[in-house]
Design a protein. Structure first.
Length: 158
């Protein structure tokens, strides 16, 4: 299923940003994700898509009732992948686009506390991967930024 208006809005709102070195930050409880209202302010989440470490940024669209939009990237890769979708209660559905035009995958997930988890699948449905994302606290993001002199840094795994 392809929803052009969702991706068109995401393309207009997306902007490139610097990517961190490969690794995964410790995600800590920051907020309870409760429907669209959780994304009125931009939210950064980190976690796994299959075996890959990713960072996702989500925010409501200009008209909150129109859903959410954002982008994600894999650590160690420079490409931003656009996201646009809808939240219905505790359920999230998003489509992604690698090239800004065509749907390259779909996300079906559930919001619970500070986590979004569910299943990602390729546009043709042939590849399916689980995903789990946790909200990253604003204070932790600020510490990482100041520790790296303005560059986003990821704490090492221990």
């Amino acid at each position: 299923m392809f929803v052009k208006p969702l991706l068109a809005a995401a393309i207009v709102m997306s902007a490139p940003f610097a990517h961190a070195a490969e690794g995964q930050a410790q995600a800590v409880p920051a907020t309870t994700l409760n429907g669209k209202a959780a994304f009125v302010k931009p939210v950064t989440l980190r976690g796994k898509l299959g075996d890959g470490d990713i960072q996702v940024s989500l925010r409501t669209k200009e008209q909150m009732e129109d859903g959410v939009e954002g982008e994600y990237f894999y650590f160690g890769r420079s490409q931003n992948i656009l996201l646009a979708g809808e939240i219905d209660g505790e359920y999230l559905f998003m489509e992604e686009s690698e090239n800004g035009t065509d749907v390259s995958g779909q996300w079906d997930g559930k919001l619970a506390d500070n986590t979004i988890s569910g299943e990602w699948q390729s546009a043709d449905g042939k590849i399916k991967k689980p995903f789990t994302l946790r909200v990253v606290r604003t204070e932790e993001k600020a510490k990482q930024k100041s520790a790296s002199n303005g560059k986003t840094a990821m704490p090492s795994r221990q």
